[in-house]
Design a protein around this ligand. Structure first.
Ligand code: 5AD
Length: 465
C-alpha cells in the first residue's frame, strides 16, 4: 500500500518539485517506483502552460480512473500547476481523484497520503477528495530534499518560486503565485550537500532567475542578489559547473554579463527567452524590451565569452502576428544564430489578456511558422556542431546512454555527447575529441593529454600486453 509512482509533465521546475515530493515520501516510509503498474499510488505532477499539456494529464487521469474502479485500494492524485489553475472544477471532470494539491503544498503530500491510507483502513465510506490549493508563506523553502538513489552528477536546485511579470500569454503567475526567493545560505547549503554526495553540476531554477531576491536581499558592490548567489556557489568545492534557467531580458544587467567573465564554473550557455523578433508583438505580449535591446545583451555576452551558446523560447502565432512580424522573428533567429530553441505554437490560456485579443491566428498558420523555424534551427544547430568536428571538448560524464554501450555527457555548451567510457568515469570531466555530429548530438573518443584512450584500451586488451 505504499509504492508511489510520480509522473511529471512540463518544465524543470516541475521535475524538481516531483523529486522533492518523492524524497519526502521516501523519508516517510513510502517506496518510489518508476513504473505505474508497480504502484499503489499514482501522482500526476501537471503543467498548464499550454492546453496540450493539460489535455495529456486529463487523458491520463481518465485512463487511471478505470484502474481505480477495478482496484479499490488504488490511490490517484493530481498535483501542481493544473490543480492550481483549474481548481476544484477539475473534480467535475475527474471525480475519481483522491487528492488535488496545488503548487504551494507539495510538502503536505506525505501527510495527505498518510491520511487517505488511514481512512481506507477504517470502515467508513470512501472519503471525499482531499483538496489543498491554498497559498502558503515560505513554501519556496520546502523544495530542498533530493532523492539519492544513485549518484546524481547533475542536479536541479530551486532558488525561488513564482513570477511577477505579466506576459499577456502566460498562465504561470496564476499557477505559481508571486515571486518568493529562498535565502542564499539555504541554497548554498543544499548545493554543498549535493557536492558531498557526488553532484558536479547544478542548474539553478526559477521562473525569472535574474530577479532572484530583488525585494529580500540588498545589492552589494553593484551586484544583484542573483550574482551574489552565483559567486557563493562558485566557491563550493566539488561543484565543477553552474547553469541557470531562465533569465528574462529585462534586468539582464552588466553584473550578470560579467559573471560569465569572472566565474570559471559558469558554463557558456544562456537560455534567454525572446518570444518574438517583432517589437510590435513584444509590446502586445507585454515583454518590456525591444529586439535591439535583446541583441545588445547577446553582443555583450559574446564579448564576455566568445564561444557562448544561445538558446531561446519563441511563440509563433501570437494573436495579431502578421507575416512581417514572423519574418522579423526569422531575421532575429538568423542574426543570433540560436544554437537551441524551444518553439511553441501560441496556445490560448483562459483568463490571460491575450486569450481575448482580436486576430487569433489559424492553426495551419501557426503550424507552418513552427515548421519553418524548426527547420531553421536544425540548420543552424548542425552548422554549429560541424565547427566542433575535430576539436576537443570538455564533457561531464553523466552515465550510460539510453541505447547501446556508449556513455553520455554534456559539453559546457550543453551539447549532448556520446562516446565510449567506463562506469568509473561517471561524474568526471573528460576530454573528448569530436569525430562526428548530428544537429543534436556530438560523437567522439576520449583523449588523455593528447593520447587516444580508445587506442590504449585496444592495446591493453591485446593478449600480448
Ligand atoms: N502558448 C504558447 N507558449 C507559451 N509559453 C508560455 N505561455 C504560452 C502560451 N500560452 C511558452 C513561452 C515560455 C515557455 C516556458 O512557454 O515561450 O517562455
Amino acid at each position: 500500500m505504499n509504492r508511489v509512482y510520480i509522473k511529471t509533465y512540463g518544465c524543470q521546475m516541475n521535475e524538481r518539485d516531483s523529486e522533492a515530493v518523492g524524497a519526502m515520501l521516501r523519508n516517510r516510509g513510502y517506496s518510489m517506483v518508476y513504473d505505474e503498474f508497480d504502484a499503489d499510488v499514482v501522482l500526476l505532477n501537471t503543467c498548464s502552460v499550454r492546453d496540450k499539456a493539460e489535455q495529456k494529464a486529463i487523458g491520463k487521469t481518465g485512463y487511471l480512473a478505470k484502474r481505480k474502479r477495478q482496484e479499490p485500494g488504488f490511490i490517484l492524485g493530481i498535483m501542481g500547476c493544473m490543480a492550481q489553475n483549474r481548481g476544484i472544477e477539475l473534480l467535475d471532470r475527474l471525480p475519481d481523484l483522491d487528492l488535488l494539491v496545488g503548487t504551494q503544498k507539495f510538502h503536505a503530500v506525505p501527510d495527505y497520503l498518510d491520511r487517505i491510507i488511514a481512512s481506507r483502513k477504517g470502515l467508513g465510506p470512501r472519503p471525499a477528495t482531499l483538496v489543498d490549493l491554498e497559498a502558503e508563506e515560505g513554501s519556496q523553502n520546502t523544495i530542498r530534499e533530493h532523492l539519492h538513489q544513485e549518484r546524481k552528477v547533475s542536479a536541479y536546485v530551486s532558488i525561488m518560486q513564482g513570477c511577477n511579470m505579466h506576459c499577456t500569454f502566460c498562465i504561470v503567475p496564476k499557477t505559481r503565485g508571486p515571486e518568493r526567493a529562498r535565502p542564499i545560505t539555504e541554497i548554498v547549503e543544499e548545493v554543498e550537500e549535493l557536492a558531498a554526495s557526488g553532484t558536479r553540476e547544478v542548474t539553478l531554477l526559477g521562473q525569472i532567475v535574474n530577479s532572484y531576491g530583488r525585494r529580500e536581499i540588498p545589492i552589494r558592490n553593484r551586484k544583484s542578489p542573483f550574482v551574489q548567489l552565483l559567486e557563493k556557489i562558485q566557491e563550493v568545492k566539488g561543484i565543477e559547473r553552474i547553469r541557470f534557467t531562465s533569465p528574462h531580458p529585462v534586468g539582464f544587467k552588466p553584473d550578470l554579463v560579467d559573471a560569465f567573465r569572472n566565474l570559471s564554473k559558469l558554463c557558456e550557455y544562456v537560455h534567454l527567452p525572446v518570444q518574438s523578433g517583432s517589437n510590435r508583438v513584444l509590446k502586445r505580449m507585454n515583454r518590456p524590451y525591444s529586439v535591439e535591446r535583446y541583441l545588445k545583451i547577446v553582443e555583450a555576452l559574446r564579448d564576455a565569452a566568445p564561444g557562448m551558446y544561445f538558446s531561446t523560447d519563441i511563440i509563433v502565432g501570437f494573436p495579431g502576428e502578421t507575416e512581417a512580424d514572423f519574418r522579423a522573428t526569422c531575421r532575429l533567429f538568423d542574426e543570433v544564430a540560436f544554437d537551441m530553441a524551444y518553439i511553441f505554437k501560441y496556445s490560448t490560456r483562459s483568463g490571460t489578456p491575450a486569450a481575448t485579443m482580436p486576430d487569433q491566428i489559424p492553426r495551419e498558420v501557426k503550424e507552418r511558422r513552427n515548421q519553418h523555424l524548426l527547420r531553421k534551427l536544425e540548420g543552424i544547430s548542425l552548422a554549429r556542431n560541424k565547427t566542433l568536428e575535430g576539436t576537443i571538448e570538455e564533457v561531464l560524464v553523466e552515465g550510460k546512454a539510453r541505447h547501446g554501450d556508449l556513455y553520455r555527457g554534456r559539453t559546457r555548451g550543453y551539447r549532448s555527447c556520446l562516446f565510449p567510457a567506463h562506469d568509473r568515469l561517471v561524474g568526471q570531466l573528460v576530454k573528448v575529441k569530436i569525430s562526428r555530429v548530428t544537429p543534436s548530438t556530438l560523437y567522439g573518443q576520449m583523449v588523455l593529454k593528447g593520447v587516444d584512450t580508445e587506442a590504449v584500451e585496444r592495446m591493453r586488451l591485446q593478449p600480448s600486453f
